[in-house]
Design a protein around this ligand. Structure first.
Ligand code: NAP
Length: 297
């Protein structure tokens, strides 16, 4: 069988880079497209670029969208820009994919939830975002679902990888020079290795090609719920930086422009049942990403 051709929207982002790494390992033909060739903030030009890419020779069999306005705090002051990228551009992409009959896998976020503590969030639970970022991502999910039936929306959470910058790499950098790092302890989520998410996305893509896909909404995240402070401690332990200590603080001690959910743990069971992809092994993923980053820096 010829290698599957996948177009990844987004180029320099950590998930786009993880997809390229994973695709190389399993022989999938991945092309990424990002700025300046594709600027989703310029809709007319973006539509033309996408239309020609999706209808030309060697066109992709499937599109994975990793592009987003991901700056959670900045989104509060730039709501229009966040909604433009996270809702309107997703709608545009869905329209172009529909016209080309090209399936679309879109990545969304745990921040669509409100964060009341309880059991892990399932796909049928009612979202209630508490930030502009979360609201704009939820609006993108709705726009996609209303525009193109051959879609998968995969919500994920707290991504980390050796591709800086992300929470893991920031903690390592600070722990190299500081003896104490203050980290919030009252937001609980599911840190997810970007590499495992990439593998799962490519596995889903393969199953789309096989024609066995139940389209719709899924969750995929790491298998261990923890606070940012727990996550930071796990990072410095794994990195072997014992001279640094994590001081646990409340969100109210660390004022930020955007509110974050206090509980955004995702339940990955449906993804496991339907696609056979188990929740990511946090411990193994952290070890791999930390040691890869330490070798690079
Ligand atoms: N990071 C997390 O913790 C997390 C958690 C939950 C969900 N997610 C979701 O996972 C997905 C991937 O996140 P990530 O961590 O890889 O984000 P990232 O590292 O911030 O990358 C964002 C991507 O968006 C692209 N982009 C931004 N503005 C663009 C524009 N105007 N035109 C075209 N492309 C643009 C960038 O492309 P270029 O720079 O290459 O142009 C980049 O590849 C996003 O949908 C995000 O909402 C992330």
């Amino acid at each position: 069988m010829t290698p599957m051709r996948i177009l990844v929207i987004g180029q320099s982002g950590q998930l786009a880079r993880a997809l390229v790494d994973s695709g190389r390992n399993i022989g999938v033909q991945i092309e990424t497209i990002g700025r300046p060739a594709l600027d989703l903030g310029a809709p007319d030009q973006a539509r033309n670029t996408l239309e020609s890419r999706l209808t030309g020779t060697n066109r992709p069999e499937l599109v994975i969208n990793t592009a987003a306005f991901t700056a959670v705090d900045a989104a509060e002051g730039k709501k229009a820009a966040a909604f433009q990228l996270n809702r309107d551009a997703v709608c545009l992409l869905a329209e172009v994919c529909a016209a080309a009959d090209c399936p679309l896998i879109h990545v969304s976020t745990d921040y669509v939830f409100s964060g009341q503590p309880g059991r892990p969030w399932q796909e049928g639970d009612q979202p209630a975002p508490v930030s502009a970022y979360g609201a704009s991502k939820l609006a993108g999910e709705t726009a996609l679902a209303q525009t193109w039936s051959k879609h998968i929306i995969l919500r994920t959470a707290w991504l980390f990888s050796e591709h800086a910058p992300n929470f893991m790499t920031k903690i390592i950098e600070r722990a190299r020079t500081q003896s104490i790092i203050r980290v919030v302890n009252d937001q609980i989520g599911s840190p997810t290795p970007a590499r495992d998410l990439a593998t799962t996305l490519l596995d889903m893509a393969r199953q789309v090609r096989d024609g066995t896909t139940p389209w719709g909404l899924y969750h995929y995240a790491g298998d261990t719920a923890m606070s940012w402070a727990d996550f930071a401690e796990a990072v410095i332990r794994e990195a072997g930086l014992p001279d640094c200590r994590i001081e646990r603080i409340a969100s109210s001690d660390f004022p930020a422009a955007a509110e974050r959910p206090s509980w955004s743990v995702l339940d990955s069971h449906r993804t496991t049942e339907v696609f056979g992809c188990a929740a990511a092994d946090f411990k193994a993923g952290l070890s791999r990403a930390v040691h890869h980053y330490m070798r690079l820096t």
